[in-house]
Design a protein around this ligand. Structure first.
Ligand SMILES: [Zn+2]
Length: 216
C-alpha cells in the first residue's frame, strides 16, 4: 500500500526550496513518449516533477485555521505527524504507512503529476468511513440545481447592494446593475454535479417531462 499512498518526499537530487507555485502547477506532466529510449531518465524527471509538486501543493504548514475552535496550540489536522521508518501493522491491527516527512500530506505520485494540485488519498476498506464516503459521493452525484427558496435570498442581497452602492444612478442603470448582480451571484453560488454536466453534454434537455397517455 505504501507504493500507492506516499507520505514522504520522492528521493531526488534536487533540493529546491524556493519554488514558484503557479510555475510548478501549470507545467505539463512529464510525457513518457519523450523518454521511450531512456526509461531511467523518465523516472528521474517524474520524481523531480512530483517532488516539486509535493513541495508546493501537499506540504502542510500550520496557520491560524489549524487552531480554530481550539484552546491549545495543537493542529486539528494532526501535524506534525509521527515519522514511520517502515510500514507496519500494530497489535491493534492499525496500518501505519511509511512516513519520512512529518508535514507531507498523503498523496499518490501518478495522481500528483496528472492532477498537479493538492490531494489527500486514503485507504478506505469498509466500516464507518466506507459508509460515509459512499453517502458523500452519492450526494454529490445527485445534487440538484438551486431551488427558488435558495435563489430569492441571493436576489435580496443583490438588491441591497445596488440600493447602497448606486443611490445616485438612474433607474435604468440601477435595473441593469441589479440584473447583472443577480446573475453573477446565482451563477457563482450554483453547484452542478458531474452527472448533471454529462446530461447537458449528451444533449438532453433540462426540464421535467410528464408521461402522457397516447391513443395512437
Ligand atoms: Zn496545521
Amino acid at each position: 500500500m505504501d507504493i500507492i499512498i506516499k507520505q514522504s518526499y520522492p528521493e531526488t537530487g534536487i533540493t529546491d526550496d524556493d519554488l514558484n507555485v503557479s510555475e510548478v502547477s501549470c507545467k505539463h506532466p512529464i510525457n513518457p513518449d519523450d523518454y521511450v529510449d531512456n526509461p531511467t531518465d523518465f523516472e528521474e524527471k517524474l520524481n523531480e516533477d512530483v517532488y516539486k509538486l509535493v513541495k508546493v501543493a501537499n506540504t502542510h504548514s500550520c496557520r491560524h485555521t489549524c487552531y480554530k475552535y481550539r484552546k491549545d496550540k495543537v493542529c486539528r489536522f494532526g501535524y506534525p505527524r509521527d515519522i514511520v521508518e517502515e510500514s507496519t501493522v500494530t497489535d491493534e491491527n492499525i496500518i501505519l504507512l511509511k512516513r519520512l516527512s512529518e508535514m507531507v500530506n498523503n498523496y499518490n505520485p501518478y495522481l500528483m503529476t496528472c492532477l498537479r494540485s493538492n490531494h489527500d488519498i486514503k485507504f478506505v476498506p469498509s466500516g464507518k468511513d466506507g459508509y460515509n464516503i459512499a453517502f458523500y459521493v452519492s450526494e454529490y452525484a445527485i445534487k440538484s440545481q438551486m431551488s427558488t427558496q435558495q435563489i430569492v435570498p441571493l436576489i435580496c442581497v443583490s438588491k441591497k447592494q445596488v440600493d447602497v452602492s448606486y443611490t445616485s444612478s438612474s433607474c435604468s442603470e440601477r435595473t441593469r446593475m441589479l440584473i447583472n448582480k443577480c446573475l453573477n451571484r446565482i451563477l457563482t453560488e450554483t453547484e452542478i454535479s458531474a452527472a448533471h454536466v454529462s446530461h447537458f453534454l449528451l444533449g438532453y434537455e433540462d426540464k421535467k417531462k410528464h408521461l402522457t397517455n397516447s391513443h395512437d
